[in-house]
Design a protein. Structure first.
Length: 503
């Protein structure tokens, strides 16, 4: 860009000649000092656009992939459907192979171990199903009412929750009048013990796989943060050096001419100040995108554009981090909070209620006969029922400190604050009636009615040692609601008041 000072032609006088010579000499010295810095900033800006920014965005995309792989690992662990397990394994395998295509071999090697864990989990689940088939065969061969009751309980128990300690006393209490019954009971015990052992192995595999993925995600996030910090320091250091030399230039030019000072202030100082303010705004985590006014000199324009590019990059990184945070707290199917976020909100609400000697309520609800609903209308329509229930629950946890979450499978949970007994009963009954009134239809136009059972617990937080005790009371109330015929509300207030059922 042509300098505006080339239009100035002073008269041939000694004074003006001396002033011009002094000014040119000083400008030459300043240019000798500043131009390398501006060139370095220009080069750094180019490196940011061409190398660092794509690298940082790649790290964020890879972190999202790792989070998805973690979700597929959880799907294989929690799912009860072999087809869902196979789909999750295939999707995880596609993501892991994408690391190889992108030549991120380190990530591919570390996440390949997670794929092995997923395959081993599927093998464990398949072995458990074969064991449970043997259990069902033994129960079908017996006419004992006690064994029939045990079989009904096993049908209600998810495969991942079949543990030997709860079933050991039940088997011990079943009478065995002859040798054939004793042999049958012994075989049942062996099969259930084997299923329990496989569940323990599955728990260990899940924990190990999650630990590996968390380590990989942490490494990606840390590397991206270090790159951003390095870019901030480099640009800030060079911009500060340019500012110092510019201030010196302004001081000397002020002695020569007020007019030149005004020109420098307009064309040099203002852009630099705007750049520094933009850097400070970025440093203070302002959400607005930094936009700087146009400048005259190309070098200063490079600085301003570098600050704007850095602001856009920082904002995009912040948005990606917020998306990662949301994915880690949200259930992918229903949009409600997931189990991990629910536990954290319950923990915080419990501690807050203890400090203020307030009452805290937990509501657990479960879709009645959800397996039969899936078998009748298919899993896709079953998922639509889960989403419909989630839409209902979203309207009941709107205050700060409250949450509506998918607790697992067809189970949902609410944490409610500042409610009394009458309000809690009315709220639970509204949920039950609203769900029963839902009018869902499948693709063929067939109605898909369903109901829910609700178990609620309301206690002063100071009466409990841990929040899990309140959660256990709500779970017991839910269990009683199902025992008493489903589609009802049962309220538990601990030892101070017996649970009561509300039809």
């Amino acid at each position: 860009m042509t300098s505006p000072y080339r239009q100035f032609h002073p008269r041939l006088s000694t004074t003006l000649s001396l002033v011009v010579c002094a000014l040119l000499l000083f400008m030459g010295v300043i240019s000798w000092l500043v131009v390398p810095l501006l060139s370095g900033i220009d080069q750094s800006s180019g490196q940011t656009r061409e190398r660092y920014m794509p690298s940082i965005l790649d790290h964020q995309r890879n972190a999202l992939k790792v989070e998805k792989i973690s979700g597929y690992l959880n799907t294989v662990y929690w799912a009860q459907d072999p087809d869902a397990e196979r789909r999750a394994r295939l999707q995880a395998q596609v993501l892991i192979q994408s690391f190889m295509l992108e030549e991120t071999f380190a990530l591919a090697g570390r996440t390949a171990e997670t794929l092995d864990i997923i395959k081993r989990l599927m093998e464990l689940r398949e072995r458990q199903r074969r064991q449970m088939e043997q259990v069902a065969l033994l129960l079908g061969q017996s006419g004992s009412p006690a064994l029939a009751g045990l079989g009904r309980r096993l049908l209600l128990t998810p495969l991942r929750e079949v543990r030997w300690p709860p079933f050991a006393p039940l088997l011990a209490a079943i009478p065995a009048p002859d040798d054939e019954d004793r042999i049958r009971l012994q075989r049942l015990a062996r099969h259930l013990q084997q299923v329990s052992i496989l569940n323990s192995q599955a728990d260990q595999l899940l924990e190990r796989g999650q630990a590996q993925l968390q380590q990989v995600a942490g490494a990606l996030t840390t590397d991206a943060a270090l790159r951003v910090q390095q870019l901030t320091e480099d640009i800030g250091r060079d911009a500060g050096a340019v500012a110092r030399y510019t201030y010196l230039l302004i001081g000397v030019v002020t002695l020569i001419s007020v007019l030149l000072f005004g020109a420098l202030h307009r064309f040099v100082l203002r852009p630099l100040q705007a750049s520094l303010q933009g850097l400070r705004a970025i440093e203070q985590d302002h959400n607005d995108h930094v936009r700087l006014p146009p400048v005259l000199f190309s070098e200063l324009n490079t600085i301003c554009r570098a600050v704007e590019d850095y602001s856009a990059m920082t904002r995009e990184l912040r948005q990606l981090n917020e998306e990662l945070q949301q994915l880690s707290h949200q259930d992918g199917l229903t949009g409600l909070a997931n189990r991990r976020h629910f536990d954290q909100v319950l923990h915080d609400a419990f501690n807050r209620a203890r400090r203020h000697h307030a009452r805290l309520a937990v509501v657990m609800l479960d879709i009645d006969h959800f397996k039969r609903l899936n078998d009748t209308f298919g899993h896709l329509n079953g998922d639509e029922c889960l989403r419909a229930l989630a839409r209902v629950l979203k309207d009941y946890a709107l205050r700060s400190g409250e949450v509506a979450a998918r607790y697992g499978g067809e189970e949902f949970a609410l944490v409610l604050t500042d409610v009394n007994r009458q309000q809690l009963v009315r709220l639970c009954e509204q949920i039950r009636q609203q769900v029963a009134a839902l009018q869902l239809v499948d693709a063929a136009g067939q109605a898909m009615p369903f109901t829910v059972s609700l178990g609620a617990a309301l206690l002063p937080a100071a009466a409990l040692e841990q929040e899990c005790a309140l959660l256990q009371l709500a779970d017991q109330a839910l269990y009683r609601a199902k025992q008493e015929g489903r589609n009802r509300v049962v309220l538990s207030e601990g030892e101070t008041r017996p649970a009561e059922a509300l039809a």
